[in-house]
Write a protein that binds this ligand. Sequence first.
Ligand code: NAP
Length: 247
Amino acid sequence: MSARTAIVTGGGSGIGGAISQRLAADGALVAVFDLSGDAAKAAAASIEKAGGKAIGIPVDVTDRAGIDAGIDEVLARLGPPTILVNNAGLTVEDKFLETTAEAWHRMLAVNLTGTFDCCQAVLPHMIENGWGRIINISSSSVYGPPPGLAGYVAAKSGVVGLSKVLALEFARYGVTVNTIPPGFIDTPMLRDTVQRGFIDVDQQIEKTPVGRIGRPEDIAAACAFLASDEAGYITGQSLGINGGRVI
Ligand code: NAP
């Protein structure tokens, strides 16, 4: 992966942070995009401290102009991005009949339209290089949706559909597009959900055949594989990382 440039959205926390670290450890030059500029810069600084190369840029994935400006900065400082991990995400549980239009649109904007915009902005660089890897972080809830997550599950299902179509459209340019649906990974997002009483950790561990909560590094390992040269014949697929759960 040396000398390849990767962008990881939402890379300032949780799963995105672990993916950024792992890609950098594997030799990629990593641009950490995050809503919080401080979190993006802290993640990049910790990668550099460990001997990797990274920059942190404040980018809100719901702002297309901001995405384009972020990519211009990546081009200038790290070269053309050929690995893109769309990881930035937001989940809010809501009773369907009480969901406001604003909450619905926000859920789609961060999880789905943000993925669309980042793919559209980065793909030309992949095509020009004749090589690219897009990994979209979806959710295991797409395959076994719990009640109370209509907006989130709709948005993440859209990510899966979008990825399958992009896989077909860009395979001829050496670009693969796959999704990773994580299940039950110990991150600030999951801890917030537990705190709001939506998830019970012990119950979830009981339902997980490997008998533990997932770690961000579990997702990062799968992501590093899908981003590698070796994974060039894998596209349009979904690689579930969930400790063996079926729901
Ligand atoms: P996390 O710790 O909350 O990390 C998400 C990151 O995305 C945060 O740094 C957040 O920034 C950033 N972000 C949110 N909105 C953004 C925006 N508009 N633009 C740019 N960055 C934004 O959550 P996580 O658990 O690591 O989740 C990572 C991905 O995995 C998400 O797509 C999530 O849906 C998916 N996922 C997680 C699990 C799980 O069990 N943890 C399960 C299924 C799917 P702020 O902190 O500043 O808001």
